[in-house]
Design a protein around this ligand. Structure first.
Ligand code: GDP
Length: 296
C-alpha cells in the first residue's frame, strides 16, 4: 500500500515522543528533524516539507507544549492536525449543481484518466441516480476510444465516440448536443494525454474547455509520480485552472510524496482516490482518514 515506509517512520518518531512525561526543546527539535527527513524521503516537495515543519513548530510553541501535562500527546495531535490541513481539511464533493454538469478529465497518458472516467460515471449513476454520458475525446491513442467503449458496455453507460478521425473539438461539440437531446445530466469528457506536457495538448484542452464550459476540470495523477507531480500539476493548473485532482493507484507502492504535495501546490482539493483497477475501486478523499492511515 502507498505511504507504508513514510507511515512507519512517522509512527516511529511520534512513538518516542508520545510517552514523554517531560519534553524539552531539544527532543522536540529532534522529532521535527526526523519528521522532516521522513517526509523528504517520501518524495514530499521540499517547500511543502519546510512549511510543514515550520507550522508544526510554531503551533507547538504557541500552545506551550513544553509546559503542558502530556506534552508528547499534544505534539502528536499537532502533527496530525497539520497533516489534515496539508491534505485539505474537508472532503470535497463534485459540483453537480448545474444541469447538465460537464466534467473534463485531464492528465498525462497512463495516469488512469479513462479508467477513472468510467469509475466516476458508475459512481454517479449508482449513488447519485445520474444519467451520465462518457465522451471519447482522446483521438490520438486508438485504444483509448475502444477502452472507453468497452468500459461503457461493462457499466451500461452511454459512450459518445466518433473514432479517431474527427477533431476532438468537433467531437465534444457534437457530444454536447447529443447529451441534451438524450437527457444526459452529466457529461464526462475523457481527453487526450501525452507522456509529457506539450503546448499542442494544452491548446487542444483549452479549446475543449472553451467549447464545453466545464463545471469541473479534474486532473488525474498517478500517485507513483513522485516529485514530478508538482510540475505536472502546476502546468495543468496554469493552463486550465483545474478544479480538483484525482489520485490514482494509491493501492500501489507509492511513497506518497505527490499526494502530500499536490494540494499545497495547486490549492485545489483532491476529490477522489483510485484504489485499484476494478471499476468500483474509487473513494471520495477524506483528509482526516488519510492522516489517520499515515500516522496509525
Ligand atoms: P489513461 O491513459 O490516463 O487513460 O490511463 P488508463 O485509464 O488507461 O489507466 C492506465 C493503467 O492504470 C490501466 O492499466 C488501469 O487499469 C490502471 N489504473 C488506473 N487506475 C488505477 C488504480 O487506482 N489502481 C491501480 N492499481 N491501477 C489503476
Amino acid at each position: 500500500m502507498a505511504f507504508e515506509s513514510l507511515s512507519e517512520r512517522l509512527q516511529e518518531s511520534l512513538k518516542k515522543i508520545r510517552g514523554q512525561a517531560t519534553l524539552t526543546e531539544e527532543n522536540m527539535d529532534e522529532m521535527l528533524r526526523e519528521i522532516r527527513l521522513a517526509l523528504l524521503e517520501a518524495d514530499v516537495n521540499f517547500q511543502v516539507v519546510k512549511e510543514f515543519i515550520a507550522n508544526t513548530k510554531e503551533k507547538a510553541l504557541g500552545q506551550d507544549v513544553l509546559g503542558s501535562l502530556k506534552p508528547g500527546q499534544v505534539v502528536v495531535k499537532i502533527v496530525h492536525d497539520e497533516l489534515v490541513e496539508l491534505l485539505g481539511t474537508t472532503v470535497s464533493e463534485l459540483d453537480l449543481s448545474s444541469k447538465p454538469t460537464v466534467i473534463m478529465m485531464v492528465g498525462l497518458q497512463g495516469s488512469g484518466k479513462t479508467t477513472t472516467s468510467g469509475k466516476i460515471a458508475k459512481l454517479l449513476a449508482q449513488k447519485y441516480s445520474k444519467n451520465p454520458l462518457l465522451v471519447a475525446a482522446d483521438i490520438y491513442r486508438p485504444a483509448a476510444v475502444d477502452q472507453l467503449k468497452t468500459l461503457g458496455e461493462q457499466l451500461d453507460i452511454s459512450v459518445f465516440e466518433k473514432g479517431t478521425d474527427v477533431k476532438a473539438e468537433q467531437i465534444v461539440s457534437e457530444a454536447m448536443t447529443y447529451a441534451s437531446q438524450n437527457h444526459h445530466d452529466v457529461i464526462l469528457i475523457d481527453t487526450a494525454g501525452r507522456l509529457h506536457i506539450d503546448e499542442p495538448l494544452m491548446n487542444e484542452l483549452q479549446n475543449i474547455k472553451d467549447i464545453v464550459h466545464p463545471n469541473e476540470i479534474l486532473l488525474v495523477v498517478d500517485a507513483l509520480t513522485g516529485q514530478d507531480i508538482v510540475n505536472v500539476a502546476q502546468s495543468f493548473h496554469d493552463h486550465l485552472q483545474i478544479t480538483g485532482a484525482v489520485l490514482t493507484k494509491l493501492d500501489g507502492d507509492s511513497r506518497g510524496g505527490g499526494a502530500l504535495s499536490i494540494r499545497h501546490i495547486t490549492h485545489v482539493p483532491i476529490k477522489f482516490i483510485g484504489t485499484g483497477e476494478k471499476l468500483d475501486a474509487i473513494d471520495l478523499f477524506y483528509p482526516d482518514r488519510m492522516a489517520d492511515r499515515i500516522l496509525g
